[in-house]
Ligand binder design. Structure first.
Ligand SMILES: *Cc1c(COP(=O)(O)O)cnc(C)c1O
Length: 406
């Protein structure tokens, strides 16, 4: 029998990059066009086709019966953080405004609000789903509230039906942080095609698909898309590829705003084109591993990750368990034991209200976020990625049992 300590360390996360991605990157390098160009455009149009083709859905009607709703647009950026920043900037969020989000997230969700000089209002989660609690959102609304940013935590859709209804009632914008949520459905509809103002996906190294670093901003709001495209590249009226392919002399452009440097390179997009094709297969593999974990841990003093509504899809970006109060071991000690058994783990997340910047800026106390705090003290994320072999999965199961028993 294998002694776990003799096996190589099993990292918490690993990307799955195939020969298709490698060949496409090499093709890009040989093409002479390495920054944003034809591959980034193809990745954008493939992304729209992925979202629209997968779960064809009727276009939502315009929120205030105003201008017509255009088609879905995808804007490739060099991170989800950039995409969130661009979406909020295009919506006109600025000083004096408040944006409501969950404390149980990565700091990127909230920091972009501060880039714009607006204020972050953190609210607690629903302990059943670990997602932002719509009742807490409604209770936090003030005359200054402009926008809500739900996070689809671990890949499980937030209660968008409730959040969109609240936003409609109070005239608020909604930008979804879908960094974990490709592909996720909410009541049968893919995240990215819901009736929010914008949705942002991440292709960071450990996300459900990766371009190394990268992100995608998706919206049906033509004005938002137009502003985000300009602000993605220095506030230029036309980008380098536009000018490169123009049929008239192409040196001329205008700066219409002090924009950012947020464009995705074709090298990264080359990865994304093939990762996107595999997104469903990756999600299916992770779902199968999650189901194996659920079955194997059923008799242990662990609270399993929440499941999606019947009929909905969950891409299992994270597999988050919470130690029961009678588990007889503290979370930190449990992670140390797993580490000693050769298993990498992580914690998602140290809630924002515990970080010095957020705590001090807004005078936050853990008692204001009892559900996030309670979950944080007991939670850990186990390795779960498509590249894991069945033997890796069984090794994690054996280590968890041993760490809890020993
Ligand atoms: C990873 C992540 C981000 C940021 O994504 P980047 O592409 O690294 O900028 C934002 N929100 C959440 C919830 C994340 O997990």
């Amino acid at each position: 029998m294998n002694r776990p300590s003799e096996l190589p360390f099993l990292p918490f996360a690993l990307p799955e990059i195939g020969e298709e991605e490698i060949a496409e990157v090499v093709d890009t390098l040989r093409s002479g066009w390495v920054t944003t160009g034809p591959k980034a455009r193809r990745f954008e149009s493939d992304f729209v086709a992925f979202l629209e083709g997968d779960a064809p859905s009727p276009r939502p009607s315009p929120p205030d019966g105003g201008e017509g709703v255009a088609g879905l647009e995808a804007i490739a950026v060099n991170s989800a953080t950039a995409g969130l920043h661009l979406a909020l900037e295009a919506l006109g969020i600025g000083p004096g405004d408040e944006v409501i989000t969950t404390t149980h997230t990565f700091t990127a969700t909230a920091e972009v609000v501060r880039y714009l000089g607006a204020d972050v209002v953190l609210v607690d989660i629903d302990p059943a789903t670990l997602n932002i609690d719509p009742k807490a959102v409604e209770a936090a609304i003030t005359p200054r509230t402009r926008c809500v940013v739900p996070v689809h935590y671990a890949g499980l859709a937030a209660d968008m039906q409730a959040i969109l209804a609240i936003a409609r009632r109070h005239g608020l914008k909604v930008v979804e942080d879908a960094a974990h949520a490709l592909p996720t459905t909410h009541r049968g509809q893919l995240v990215g095609t819901l009736a929010s103002d914008a949705t942002v996906f991440s292709f960071y190294a450990n996300k459900t698909i990766t371009t190394g670093e990268g992100g995608m901003l998706v919206t049906r709001d033509a004005a938002l898309a137009k502003r985000a495209r300009v602000m993605r590249l220095h506030g230029m009226s036309r980008d380098a590829f536009d000018r490169f392919t123009a049929t008239t002399p192409s040196w001329y452009y205008e700066i219409v705003a002090p924009g950012f440097k947020y464009n995705l390179t074709d090298i990264a997009a080359a990865l994304g084109i093939h990762q996107l094709k595999k997104a469903r297969a990756f999600a299916e593999r992770r779902a199968a591993i999650a189901a194996r974990f659920d079955a194997a841990f059923a008799d242990l003093p662990l609270r399993m990750p929440p499941l999606p509504l019947a009929g909905d899809r969950h891409p299992w970006h994270l597999y988050v368990v919470r130690l029961a109060d009678d588990a007889g071991i503290e979370r930190d000690r449990f992670i140390e034991r797993l580490f000693a058994l050769g298993i990498g783990c992580s914690v998602h997340y140290i809630p924002l209200h515990l970080h010095p910047y957020w705590r001090e800026r807004y005078g936050l106390r853990p008692e204001q976020f009892p559900h996030s705090q309670h979950a944080y003290e007991r939670m850990l994320s186990l390795p779960l990625y498509s590249k894991m072999s069945d033997a890796d999965v069984e090794r994690v199961i054996a280590a968890v049992r041993q760490a809890l028993g020993g």
